[in-house]
Design a protein. Structure first.
Length: 154
């Protein structure tokens, strides 16, 4: 239980979930003189362009990556409980799909648990297909701060 609470990184970790819950799925902005002006990067761009390269780098170095999984769009703090955490331990890429292999504490020892997405249009809302044992769609995910700790003495 202590490690679960530690993983929330109070207050900054919870604030990041809350911020991401309030972002649009795709970039928002407007057109000026035929050019797109982005006013806010959406969850897809933040996941694919900002977070995914860091997660992949961790995995390439043999370091699992703890992920904060954002599932709801809500300004209500009560929505925080619908988000989730998983541990990424591997991935596979092709030009049209990234498959992130994850350990989901809700699924037990299931090596087939993953999150899949198409990385080609990060400015637009993106489907993050998954078989994580949660009842909500995945809107995006971010790398959370994690430090290993030895288990408490018996």
């Amino acid at each position: 239980m202590r490690r679960l609470v530690d993983s929330w990184h109070l207050p900054a970790g919870v604030a990041q979930y809350y911020q991401w819950m309030n972002l649009p799925d795709g970039d928002s902005g407007f057109e000026v003189f035929g050019r797109r002006v982005v006013t806010d990067r959406g969850l897809a761009w933040r996941t694919i362009q900002a977070q995914w390269p860091q997660i992949a780098a961790d995995l390439d170095h043999g370091t699992p990556a703890a992920l904060g999984v954002v599932t709801v769009a809500s300004a209500s703090p009560a929505g925080l409980g619908f988000n989730h955490q998983v541990l990424a331990y591997g991935y596979h890429t092709s030009p049209s799909e990234v498959t992130v292999r994850v350990y989901d504490p809700n699924s037990g020892q299931d090596d087939g648990t993953c999150i899949r997405f198409d990385p080609r249009a990060p400015a637009k809302p993106t489907t993050f297909a998954h078989n994580i044992n949660i009842s909500h769609p995945v809107r995006g995910f971010f790398r959370t701060a994690y430090a290993p700790a030895p288990p408490p003495a018996s």
